[in-house]
Design a protein around this ligand. Structure first.
Ligand SMILES: [Zn+2]
Ligand SMILES: [Zn+2]
Length: 270
């Protein structure tokens, strides 16, 4: 059994076969999926919720991605605060900083990140963090971890560093603030030795796995559209690193997921 802790199932690339993709995941042992509710920005950031309300084994997030931070006007923030009250919403995200693409100005990204941490605190939801520095730099990590420490850590709500690409020191700083570290398909890429090194330093009970579908398909599907069923390849890579089976990685990370989100009672079997 596996949990895909992060998938963008709303994307147009799933329009033709979304139901089959979800069915394939279930057949492959993926018992729960988190549908990330960024959409294309405020026009459809209920996209994760719509899926979660249709499928009992899908949960949702709500949030404005740093790419779309420029679109975070007050009405959008107010609407997210309302949507966050829906019962299937379990986290706020993905939010954070992306200095690689700089689709929104960095000061705007930081402001919107802070505003959303405030909303998440009011909603008592953990946060899902996206952090990507510019090339050969740690700039986004430095800012992101500092803002989390100053503005979020005191809440005690914790969060997830999604699609982790940092180093073991950055992972440790997040772990110390109650965060989970989620690994994605890029951990299987030949050049991703730093991610594999960091993954070995993270205690197994603090690890989650994800696909970030439709992006970042793992080896051997690299370059193709990613989908939740492929999360087993992330488990396989983590298992190889630690000398355990993909099934054991799946069981441990699934347990971590339910524990972190206190979902034991609500767990569904369909
Ligand atoms: Zn991301
Ligand atoms: Zn994502």
């Amino acid at each position: 059994m596996f949990v895909d802790s992060h998938a963008h199932l709303d994307g147009h690339r799933f329009d033709a076969d979304r139901e089959q993709v979800i069915a394939r995941a279930r057949e492959g042992g993926v018992e729960t999926i988190v549908a990330i509710g960024n959409g294309d920005g405020p026009v459809n950031f209920d996209c994760g919720i719509l899926l979660a309300e249709k499928y009992p084994f899908i949960y949702a997030t709500i949030g404005i991605h740093p790419h779309e931070a420029s679109l975070a006007h007050q009405a959008a923030l107010d609407r997210m605060a309302e949507l966050a009250k829906r019962p299937k919403v379990i986290a706020w995200g993905e939010i954070g900083l992306d200095y690689y693409y700089d689709h929104s100005p960095r000061d705007v990204q930081q402001n919107v990140f802070l505003q959303q941490m405030e909303l998440a605190r009011n909603a008592k939801l953990p946060i899902v963090i996206h952090c990507r520095p510019s090339d050969n730099s740690q700039n986004a990590w430095d800012d992101c971890l500092r803002l989390i420490r100053e503005q979020w850590a005191p809440s005690g709500l914790g969060g997830i560093l999604h699609c982790f690409t940092g180093n073991s020191e950055q992972a440790k700083r997040a772990l110390d603030m109650g965060f989970m570290i989620s690994f994605a398909g890029n951990i299987t890429f030949p050049k991703a030795q730093q991610i594999r090194d960091a993954a070995l330093e993270v205690p197994l009970d603090r690890i989650l796995i994800e696909t970030d579908s439709p992006f970042l398909a793992p080896v051997p599907y690299r370059g193709k559209r990613n989908e939740p069923a492929f999360v087993i390849e992330v488990a396989r890579q983590l298992g190889e690193l630690r000398g355990i089976s993909p099934e054991e990685v799946g069981a441990r990370t699934t347990h971590n997921f339910y524990r972190f989100f206190s979902l034991h009672e609500k767990r569904t079997t369909v």
